[in-house]
Design a protein around this ligand. Structure first.
Ligand code: PLP
Length: 379
C-alpha cells in the first residue's frame, strides 16, 4: 500500500460496536475484567490503550517496522531506548545531534555510567575509530539539526552490523514520508511526534519503532515499567495529524526550497544550509538515501549588515519560537534557544555560530513568507 493510504487508514478501526470511521478516544485509566484472568486485551492504560494502539500500528506501518510504542514526548522515546544499555556500555553518536538528546546523554546517562563519544558522524573513518570493545550502540540523526549534515545510513549501519552493534535512527526531521531507516537495516527508529508526524504544534509526543520481536518486547517492557506511554487524548491528536502527513511534507518541502533559493541569492546572507540546494556538498548521498529534502533549513546571517538585535522583531509571519514541523513557519536562533543546552564548547563542535538562524517552513504561501524575509533582511 502507498504511504498516503496507510497514513489515513492503518490501525485506525478500533470501534467494533458502532463502526465509527474515526478511532474513538478511550479516556479510561483501567479496563473491566470479564472474570478472573479474562479481559478484552487491555487492563490498564499505562500498559496499553486502544487509542494509543491505533497510533502505534499506524506509525509502525509508515516506517515499515514490526511495531511501535507511543510515548509522552520524544525525549521519553529516547530515554526508553537508552534503558536497553547498562553502565559501562558505550554509545557512538554525532556531535551535532538535537540539543535535548545531547543534554540527556551528557548530563543524565553519562552520570549514570553510560559512556558516549560525540563525533563527526559524516566521516566513516572517524566512526570506525570511535568504536571500542564496550560499544553497544550507534545513535544516528540525519539530516542533523540545524546544519543538515547527512550521515551515510548504509555505510554506518553496515559497519555496525559487522560489529554487532545496535543502530538507532532519530527520523524526526524527515518523517517516514521522506526517509525510512529500516530499509538500510536500522534496528530502531525514534520520533518526536511533536514535530512533523502530528504536524499541528498542539501536542508533544514520541515514538519508538522496532523491527524485531525481541527488541520490541524489551521496548514495550521499558515503556510500561518507566511509565512513559502517551495519553489517549494526545495519541488521538497525533493519529489525526498523521492522516495529512504526505501532503504536508510536500508543502513544507516546496516552501523550504523556495525560501532557501531566495536566501542563497541575498547579499546579507553568508551561507544557506538546505538539502534541496545544489550547493549542499552531500547531494549524491541525499539522492541515494532520502526520498525528499524536508522542510528545515538554516542560514548564516551577515550580522555586520543586519544586526541580530531587532531582526526577529521585524518579522510579521515567521514566529520566533523553538520546535519545528508544524503548519506555521517558525524561525529561531539555535545558539541561544534550541541548542543552548549544548553549552559553548558543544555548540562550537557542532558548527553552530551566533549568526546561525534556523527556519521550519510551514505551509503558508511561499510568496508571503519570502516577502516577510525581504522586509526583514533589507536590500
Ligand atoms: C524535538 C526533537 C526531539 C525531542 O522531542 P520532544 O517531543 O520535544 O521531547 C528529539 N529529536 C529531535 C530530532 C527533535 O527535533
Amino acid at each position: 500500500m502507498d504511504i498516503r493510504t496507510k497514513a489515513v487508514l492503518e490501525g485506525t478501526a478500533k470501534d467494533s460496536q458502532y463502526n465509527s470511521v474515526i478511532t474513538p478516544i478511550y479516556p479510561t485509566s483501567t479496563f473491566r475484567f470479564e472474570e478472573l484472568g479474562k479481559h478484552k486485551g487491555y487492563d490498564y492504560t499505562r500498559s496499553g490503550n486502544p487509542t494509543r494502539a491505533a497510533l502505534e500500528e499506524n506509525i509502525a506501518a509508515l516506517e515499515e517496522g514490526l511495531g511501535a510504542s507511543a510515548t509522552a514526548t520524544g525525549m521519553a522515546a529516547i530515554t526508553t531506548v537508552l534503558f536497553l544499555l547498562k553502565p559501562g556500555d558505550h554509545i557512538v553518536t554525532g556531535n551535532d545531534i538535537y540539543g535535548g538528546t545531547y543534554r540527556l546523554f551528557k548530563d543524565v546517562f553519562a552520570k549514570r555510567g553510560i559512556l558516549f563519544s560525540f563525533i563527526n558522524m559524516m566521516d566513516l573513518a572517524t566512526v570506525k575509530k570511535a568504536i571500542r570493545p564496550a560499544t553497544r550502540m550507534i545513535w544516528i540523526e540525519t539530516p542533523s539539526n540545524p546544519l543538515l549534515h547527512i550521515v551515510d545510513l548504509e555505510a554506518v549501519i553496515g559497519l555496525a552490523k559487522k560489529k554487532k552493534l545496535l543502530t538507532v535512527v532519530d527520523n524526526t526531521f524527515l518523517s517516514p514520508y521522506f526517509q525510512r531507516p529500516f530499509e538500510f537495516g536500522a534496528d530502531i527508529v525514534v520520533h518526536s511526534t511533536t514535530k512533523y508526524l502530528n504536524g499541528h504544534s498542539d501536542v508533544v509526543g514520541g515514538a519508538v519503532v522496532y523491527n524485531n520481536k525481541v527488541l520490541g518486547e524489551k521496548i514495550r517492557f521499558f515503556v510500561n515499567a518507566l511509565g512513559v506511554s502517551q495519553s489517549p487524548f494526545d495519541a488521538w491528536l497525533v493519529l489525526r495529524g498523521i492522516k495529512t502527513l504526505p501532503y504536508r511534507m510536500e508543502a513544507h518541502q516546496k516552501n523550504a526550497l523556495k525560501i532557501a533559493s531566495f536566501l542563497e541569492g541575498h547579499p546579507h546572507v553568508k551561507q544557506v544550509y538546505y538539502t534541496g540546494l545544489e550547493s549542499h556538498s552531500q547531494q549524491t548521498l541525499i539522492q541515494k538515501q532520502m526520498k525528499g529534502f524536508g522542510g528545515m533549513l538554516a542560514f548564516e546571517l551577515d550580522t555586520a549588515k543586519v544586526p541580530l538585535k531587532g531582526f526577529f522583531k521585524k518579522m510579521k509571519l515567521f514566529q520566533l519560537a523553538e520546535s519545528l514541523g508544524g503548519v506555521e513557519s517558525l524561525i529561531e536562533h539555535p545558539w541561544s534557544m534550541s541548542h543552548a543546552s549544548m553549552g559553548p564548547a558543544g555548540l562550537k563542535a557542532s558548527g553552530i555560530t551566533k549568526e546561525t538562524i534556523r527556519i521550519s517552513s510551514g505551509i503558508e504561501s511561499a510568496e508571503d513568507l519570502i516577502e516577510d524575509l525581504k522586509n526583514t533582511l533589507g536590500k
